[in-house]
Design a protein around this ligand. Structure first.
Ligand SMILES: Cc1cc2nc3c(=O)[nH]c(=O)nc-3n(C[C@H](O)[C@H](O)[C@H](O)COP(=O)(O)O)c2cc1C
Length: 331
């Protein structure tokens, strides 16, 4: 699997996810064999105005290479300038967001609003391709809404701007994150263009990923919500797609050990104060599916130090969910 000059170690991408795919998250995903990870979306306007948080989002110091930086915006000049800055900052690939459905983003003519304006979408892609020496990829949805699904025309038009890859999220903007993704449409894009295509939507297991690759011929799969609280799925999917191997789910102590490692990295990266606020959601996701133990959930909400993290996870480890289920059944 190649993107521009890079040969990727596996066809498993980590989907860009705002508020999720930060440096610690990407580090674990790459350790588990992901072939490519992408930063959270970065506003091109904020970046060219040199907002501090944009540089934090673009920090690649923990990343395995290659790494992709995702930019969002609808102004070709601003996007080109932001791409130049990202390139100088060490981005190996620039990805352009043409799928974000959030109203605040759509109002700026970036994200999924570009789906409604293919001419502007191509001007943005062209400007970015011209601005940087690194490969440029684009992530699209199927269209703005069902009546205006334009993924066929858009994909071929974008390809002609000189981009090096496409990722397709198999939903329209108006579908948000439900109902299920349309992988037949993703297969159509794959058949239409020559650049590598990554498919995104509803991949919850290595079986899903393997079946979708086989059925659609996509070059890579992108893991999204399936890895929230379950980064192990990266490892399982890589093993399945590269060696045909089946790796078991983590047992309960294994899950807790992974949450613990993620928390340690978050605390190391952000420091104790900011880090402990940020990792609450990662702990909650990591322990999801865990029945009972409401006390544990309350403890997660008030985590504010490394010691609190240890307390919650030690308590979780003592409360084996299988024993809990057995106790409920016995009662
Ligand atoms: C919390 C969250 C944040 C996301 N942020 C981004 C983003 O910054 N850029 C982007 O292109 N897509 C973003 N997405 C979309 C995902 O990359 C992916 O395409 C989508 O979730 C579909 O895959 P799934 O059904 O496997 O989750 C986000 C999705 C979620 C759930």
């Amino acid at each position: 699997m190649r993107v521009g000059p890079y040969t990727l170690s596996s066809p498993v991408y980590v989907a860009p996810m705002a508020g999720v795919t930060d440096a610690p998250f990407r580090k674990i995903a790459r350790e588990f064999g992901a072939g490519l990870a992408c930063t959270e979306m970065i506003s091109s306007e904020a970046l060219v105005r040199r907002h501090r948080e944009s540089f934090r989002l673009m920090d690649l110091s923990w990343d395995e290479r290659p790494v992709s930086v995702q930019l969002m915006g609808g102004d070709p000049q601003v996007m080109a300038e932001a791409a130049r800055m990202a390139g100088e900052h060490g981005a190996d690939i620039i990805d352009i967001n043409m799928g974000c459905p959030v109203p605040k983003v759509v109002k700026t003519s970036g994200g999924s609003s570009l789906l409604r304006d293919p001419v502007r979408a191509c001007r943005v892609a062209e400007a970015v391709v011209r601005a940087v020496p690194v490969p440029v990829t684009v992530k699209i949805r199927l269209g703005w809404d069902f009546a205006s699904r334009n993924y066929r025309e858009l994909s071929t038009a974008l390809e002609s701007t000189g981009i090096s890859g496409l990722a397709v999220h198999g939903r329209t903007r108006s579908q948000g994150y439900d109902p299920s993704a349309d992988w037949e449409a993703i297969a159509e894009v794959k058949a239409l263009v020559r650049v590598p295509v990554a498919g995104s939507g509803d991949l919850k297991s290595a079986d899903d990923a393997s079946r979708r690759m086989r059925e659609t011929g996509v070059d890579a799969v992108m893991l999204g919500r399936g890895i929230l609280g379950n980064l192990w799925l990266v490892r399982q999917t890589v093993a399945r797609l590269t060696q045909g191997a089946q790796i078991a789910d983590l047992d309960w102590p294994g899950r807790i050990a992974l949450v613990r490692r993620h928390c340690e990295l978050v605390l190391e990266y952000y420091g104790s104060e900011r880090g402990s606020r940020m990792l609450r959601k990662f702990i909650a996701w990591g322990l999801k599916g865990f029945r009972g133990a409401p006390r544990l959930r309350t403890m997660v909400q008030s985590v504010s130090s490394a010691e609190d993290v240890d307390r919650v996870l030690d308590e979780a480890l003592r409360t084996d969910p299988i024993l809990l289920v057995a106790a409920c059944v016995a009662a």
